[in-house]
Design a binder for this molecule. Structure first.
Ligand code: GLN
Length: 194
């Protein structure tokens, strides 16, 4: 669990409820002890700055290159995107997901809303998704795959290998299936490394 900024506690509680052994990661030495990383919602420009101050940018990029599973929600999706539209000056991401995301894509007036999403890869029950000044996936490159879209077609969940990025916040609506999918990746990754 990357614990530089954002809604760390909600994710940690959900993961613990699924039986995961959760560690808060702020430093490279802590990153090297985990088999997966959740990047929470929050403010991507702050997570970016803190990750560079804490010397975490390169280690996280290297972990992503090694195939470490990562789940990014909202600001976390922005951090995983290869390219960001409407970033602040100098804002960088870790990258890994072959997508372009637009920050704060849902405008200022409607800052948050909930929507029911069909996510066929998670089964028939719809996902109740909470959007809080979230990004939208403007384009999905060849390496990545869209998992869910709003009724108007805008993509809000993507996957590429062990990376999973969501525009919304499953950790606040009690939706556990994305975290379960992440943990399945983590267990497979840890087993392969053992
Ligand atoms: N607007 C935030 C950003 O750009 C994301 C909002 C969120 O994570 N809830 O990082």
């Amino acid at each position: 669990m990357l614990a530089l900024q954002g809604d760390v506690r909600e994710h940690a509680a959900l993961l613990a409820g699924l039986g995961a052994d959760v560690a808060l990661v702020r430093r490279p030495s802590e990153l090297s002890t985990v088999d997966g990383l959740v990047i929470p919602g929050g403010e991507s420009s702050v997570i970016d700055k803190l990750s560079r101050i804490f010397g975490m940018q390169e280690p996280i990029r290297a972990a992503i290159r090694r195939g470490m599973p990562v789940l990014g929600t909202c600001a976390g999706l922005i951090m995983l995107a290869d390219s960001i539209v409407d970033a602040i000056d100098g804002q960088e991401s870790f990258g890994g997901l072959d997508v372009v995301v637009r920050r704060n894509a849902f405008g200022r007036q409607v800052e948050s809303f909930e929507a029911e999403l069909d996510v066929p890869s998670l089964g028939p029950a719809p996902v109740n998704a909470a959007f809080i000044r979230g990004p939208v996936v403007e384009s999905v490159g060849e390496a990545a795959r869209a998992l869910a879209a709003l009724p108007d077609g805008r993509v809000v969940a993507v996957e590429q290998g062990n990376l999973l990025g969501l525009s919304f916040h499953p950790e606040i609506t009690g939706e556990t299936r994305f975290h379960q999918r992440f943990l399945d990746h983590v267990r497979a990754f840890a087993a392969a490394a053992a």
